[in-house]
Design a protein around this ligand. Structure first.
Ligand SMILES: O=C1C[C@@H](C(=O)O)NC(=O)N1
Length: 355
């Protein structure tokens, strides 16, 4: 069994690094987790709906950690017109993220009607921008739609947009179901899909007892998790890493009694950045796909986005030792007035970063 692995420059094609004190705390952890290129989500408060706002956020991330290549996105919103798309593309912004309204963190001003944005999608297609889709529909008791089948019900939207814009590069983000894997596999090469580390491990059974495992989309059934694992095992270049690492203050992951006597809702998000590439290596090895690590974390996404690896950016990993503390993930990360708990706390990683 190999004791060391060297992979080309890893990229995380979906990460949340937040703003303010949380941003100061979590941004340096992206590189610590082995990532050299990070594709940054725009669901800040307020959301990033203009090129200027995105560029000043990028400057802030570069100030905190200039070692990472930060790739930026806009938040799809009524403010984002075809003119805004052209300006964003000229400024080097890579993509536009679609948040269905009300379905996850800071999505209140997200999208309700996809066709209303067709002129924007057309401008994106013409300007070679990538459309990043949070693939869920709203719950609807009449139609028996809940968080458990919200992604499956979204797939008709994915297929329609892909058919109507055959040259638009589209990424279905953080897939969680066998149906999504099948849909992406059957669509043409302009449609790809990110898979998170946590969805390769969790199933729905892990969520009710553990608010730290609650994220959107929620983890699904064992057969769905197996489909995600099999997609990676197949080596299909449509599938690549997008961690959806989503830090929230510890206090907002735990339902609390509030001053007005109600109970606060638990924030959606699993935080994986600090351990990301060792975690992905550990998980891929657990289901017999360690030989696909370089493709999944370094090559497939870079190829789809056209972002080549920089010089001398290989990552070397070695197997963790057998000591009590070797590979042990210890929570929490603390910054000024913020504390966040990483995924896998209390468990042992099988791999660690050497350089
Ligand atoms: O789509 C998302 C957003 C993210 C966040 O917290 O920003 N957390 C999630 O679990 N899913």
């Amino acid at each position: 069994m190999s004791e060391e692995i060297v992979i080309p420059s890893p990229a995380d094609f979906h990460v949340h690094v937040r703003q303010g004190k949380m941003c100061e705390l979590v941004t340096p952890q992206v590189a610590k987790g082995g990532v050299r290129t990070a594709y940054v989500m725009p669901n800040l408060v307020p959301p990033l709906t203009s090129t200027d706002a995105v560029l000043s956020y990028k400057a802030e991330l570069e100030r905190i950690d200039p070692s990472v290549q930060w790739l930026m996105t806009l938040y799809l919103h009524t403010d984002v017109t075809p003119d805004v798309v052209r300006k964003a593309a000229d400024a080097g912004i890579y993509g536009i993220k679609v948040y269905p309204q009300g379905l996850t963190t800071n999505s209140d001003s997200g999208v309700k009607d996809y066709e209303a944005y067709y002129p924007v999608f057309q401008a994106m297609e013409e300007n070679n921008m990538v459309l990043n889709l949070h693939g869920e529909v709203s719950s609807d008791a009449e139609k028996n739609i809940s968080v458990l089948n919200a992604e499956v019900h979204f797939l008709s939207h994915l297929k329609k947009i892909a058919t109507d814009f055959p040259k638009l590069r589209i990424v279905l983000e953080h897939a969680t179901t066998a149906a999504a894997i099948e849909a992406v596999s059957s669509l043409p090469a302009n449609v790809a899909c990110t898979i998170t580390a946590h969805h390769l491990y969790l199933t729905i059974d892990d969520v009710p007892s553990q608010p730290h495992h609650f994220c959107k989309p929620v983890a699904k059934e064992p057969k769905d998790r197996k489909a995600l694992q099999d997609a990676i095992k197949s080596g299909n270049p449509k599938f690549f890493l997008g961690s959806d690492s989503a830090p929230h203050p510890l206090s907002s992951k735990i339902p609390n009694l509030t001053d007005d006597g109600s109970v606060s809702a638990c924030a959606a998000g699993v935080y994986t950045s600090p351990i990301l590439i060792p975690l992905v290596a550990t998980l891929l090895e657990s289901f017999g796909a360690l030989d696909k690590l370089a493709g999944f974390v370094s090559e497939n996404g870079r190829k789809f986005y056209g972002v080549p690896a920089g010089e001398n950016q290989e990552l070397k990993l070695k197997r963790t030792g057998n000591g009590k503390e070797d590979g042990l993930v210890k929570g929490t990360f603390k910054g000024e007035g913020v504390e966040v708990l990483p995924f896998w706390t209390g468990k042992k990683l099988g791999w660690e970063i050497v350089n």
